[in-house]
Design a protein around this ligand. Structure first.
Ligand code: ZN
Length: 271
């Protein structure tokens, strides 16, 4: 039976308490939300943290505290962000890699991001890959555009990245490429054979991207970083509610939800 991995991105860098009153911000809230998402079926936690004011931070101490609190509750696989937030420099973004999480996101190109933009030049992407290799961290190759897949292929060719590859297709960022099923199919056909991938549909594309991922052979990401709504105009109760729905859709499609053990085996993680 096919196993489908659910990643939960519970906080992100952009979503605010004004957007959703239940957004997990403190390390304790993040750990509680991670645990609930884990119980609902998420095997990977995509982790951003916030400072005491609720602003995005790549501060090592805050990451350390959040990870310790998550670890006290469950063994969900932790994927730290190295995208950080708009305006951060690369050194700042890469800080949490020192903590040797099992996974990290690796942005594979420059793109528009709402009214702003995120910069990832080829040397920056290579430096991030080198640091991940150094700490034995498995990257999720985040592609916000088709050209980012081609950039990842350059790194693969030059041996900066080793299989098994895991891509994340980030679709529907305002200013970026929109989601539709056909576009997802084009992304899927462009990556190297035997790669894994996760559909990351932003905003109203999130639910459609779940169905698209199931149809095209990919994995799923949900959570308040990507989408705060359960249905149009109705906020999701919490992150776990979005994971629960993804798990139900997976079961209805005749597939099973991947466990943390499944993912560690697939991606050859150290645990
Ligand atoms: Zn993120």
């Amino acid at each position: 039976m096919r196993s489908i991995v659910i990643t939960c991105a519970i906080t992100g860098a952009e979503t605010t308490r004004q957007d959703h009153p239940e957004l997990p911000i403190s390390p304790q809230e993040i750990a509680d939300a991670a645990f609930e998402s884990y119980l609902a079926g998420a095997s990977i936690l995509h982790l951003h943290v916030r400072d005491s004011e609720g602003q995005p931070t790549q501060n090592l101490a805050v990451f350390k505290e959040a990870i310790a609190q998550i670890r006290a509750k469950c063994d969900i696989i932790i994927e730290v962000t190295t995208g950080g937030a708009v305006g951060m420099d690369l050194d700042e973004r890469l800080q949490p890699l020192i903590l040797e999480p099992e996974m990290a996101s690796l942005d594979c190109g420059t793109c528009n991001f709402g009214d702003e933009y995120i910069i990832n030049t080829l040397p920056m992407i290579k430096e991030a890959a080198i640091q991940m290799e150094r700490y034995k961290i498995h990257p999720t190759l985040e592609c916000f555009d088709l050209s980012h897949i081609d950039t990842a292929k350059i790194l693969i060719k030059e041996s900066y990245l080793k299989p098994p590859f895991h891509f994340g297709f980030v679709l529907n960022v305002p200013g970026g490429i929109n989601y539709d099923a056909e576009t997802l199919g084009i992304f899927e056909r462009r990556i190297p054979e035997n790669s894994y991938w996760t559909a990351i549909g932003i905003g109203k594309a999130n639910l459609n991207a779940i169905y698209g991922a199931i149809a095209y052979g990919g994995f799923i990401r949900v959570g308040f970083e990507d989408n705060i709504y359960y249905t149009k105009g109705v906020l999701a109760k919490n992150n776990a509610q979005l994971v629960e729905r993804a798990a139900r859709i997976i079961a209805a499609a005749g597939c099973r939800v991947a466990t943390v053990q499944d993912v560690r085996k697939m991606f050859q993680l150290n645990g």
